[in-house]
Structures are given as C-alpha cells and as structure tokens.
Design a protein around this ligand. Sequence first.
Ligand SMILES: [Zn+2]
Ligand SMILES: [Zn+2]
Length: 330
Amino acid sequence: MASMHAMVLDAPRSPLVMRERPLPVPAPGEILVKVAACGVCRTDLHVVDGELEHPKLPIVPGHEIVGRVAATGAGVSGFALGERVGLPWLGATCGICPYCRSGAENLCDTPVFTGYTRDGGYATHAVADARFCFPLRDGGDDAEIAPWLCAGLIGWRSYRMAGEGKTLGLYGFGAAAHILAQVAIWQGRRVFAFTRKGDSGAQDFARALGAVWAGGSEQAPPEPLDAAIIFAPVGALVPAALKAVRKGGRVVCGGIHMSDIPSFPYSLLWEERHVMSVANLTRTDAHEFLQLAPKAGVHCEVTRYPLARANDALADLRAGRLQGAAVLIP
Ligand SMILES: [Zn+2]
Ligand SMILES: [Zn+2]
C-alpha cells in the first residue's frame, strides 16, 4: 500500500513527530498534491504553541504549500496531473453564509483552514478542496514561492486595507513584510521598516530591499506615515503605530494572534486614525496577488530545512533567528 510521511502535532506545546500514514485517496472535488515545499508561517507557531484554540488534533501544520497534482477526485476539472499548484490557509468555505454570499468568504461562519482544521503541508503529500487551490505557472523555484501562499496572500490583503498612501510603515520585518516591501517599492511607495529594538540584521535586510528608513519599533519614523501594517504579534505596537501615522492614517493588524494591546490615550486615535485587523484571505486576494507577484519580481529570501527538521524551523522562527522565511522540503 502506498504511504506518505508527515510531521504531526499530537497536542499543543509538544514537538512534532514524523509519522508514516497510508497515502490518502482524494474524495470527490479534492486533489492529492505531492508537496515540493511548504513555508513555515507564524500561524503554525501559534497552533503548535497552543495560542490558537481548537485545532483538529492530531494535526499536520502547514499552509504555504507548493506541490504537484498527483491524483484528482471525481468531478475535479481544470487541473492536470503533474501541474504545479499552491494550497493556502483558506481550505474551504460554506458558500451559503451571509459572509460567503457578500464576497467576504474570508469571514465565513464555518471555514476550513489548512494545517489547522484540516491536515496541511508539513508532509510529503496533502489533500485539498480543488476549488481553493491555485495554479502556479510563474514565479520560479518551488521553495522561493512557498511563502507567497500565506505571507504573500494575507500580506496582500493587509496591504490593500492600508489604502493608497505613499508612505507605508511595516512593523515586524519577517516573511510577509519582506514580500510586501518589494510590492510597495515596485508600486512607487516609500517603505519604513520597524524591527525589534537593536535588530541591526533585520534593519540592514530591510534597507537592502529598498526601505528608505529602518529602525527599532520604539523609534519614531522621520516623517508621519500614511499607513502602517503590523505583522509582529505584539499588541504594544498598536499604540506605537498610531503615533507614527498622520491624521486619517490607518493601522492594519495583519496577524491572527497578538498579545494584549495596552491602554492608550484617545488622542492617539483622534483625528480619524483607524485601527483594523485582517482575517484570512479570499480567493480574489489570491488571484490578484499571484498575478502581481511575478510582475513585481517578488523574490523571497528563504532558509530551507528538510521536513524532518520542522521543529528546528519553528524554533528558529520563534527565536527571531530567521531572515525572510523558513521553508520545509520533503
Ligand atoms: Zn460561509
Ligand atoms: Zn500563515
């Protein structure tokens, strides 16, 4: 019987364990994908560390999957065997709730999330609902485009929510910020990068990608910003970013989990500043970003780990030892 391997989380706050499993057969509407690369997202850390409640357990994490179609279930059309596809965080939606009906499927009442409520890509193979998979014809190397599938897609949604302003602050210069900085600069915007205090490596990295300024998140930017996106899971950055944006400026929280936001004076919000969060993605976000990223020449800085070293990749992300994104190679 054919088999696959996966790194499995049995319970939060325990290491992933390599397991052999029977190779799944795709149900009607599903495809089986042979994984070529799977990015490691901060959300995976939140699942493993127990900061996101009620994962399916045991769970195979991973929702930045690049692979090739190995089998298709009944009724699947539009995917050829061997074709390269991407599988994102949004695994399925109900299609009938008020959110799905109004073009906000990212807020679906009964969603399925890859690597959280259905098994993901820390594996040699993954099964997915074909309607939520995307062809990946352009963009180059499998590992280097894996971070597009979440850091890119949800980063893009956050970026759109930040509006059309010409000066953009990015708090937390990890996988998502390094992608969005390239998009913003390609579009003629000026990027201000905020990192952990004293993280000169990340600041140099941001400047090398074209940021006009890089500094610690405790610092004020040299000029007021039109908008800021917070990718770091640190609630204290919300008042810090509000201080950095101009009147009417926007602060977008792009992560799924954040520490508590400290209280702050109303004067920081006054003058029509906005604070908002971005949740998940829609398929429209994905189509937009996957068309734009190759045109913008988005290049991801990646560190490759063999699948069996998934725990090391997570530890490096947790400790802030990564530049760009970690990617698992089965
Ligand atoms: Zn729905
Ligand atoms: Zn993610």
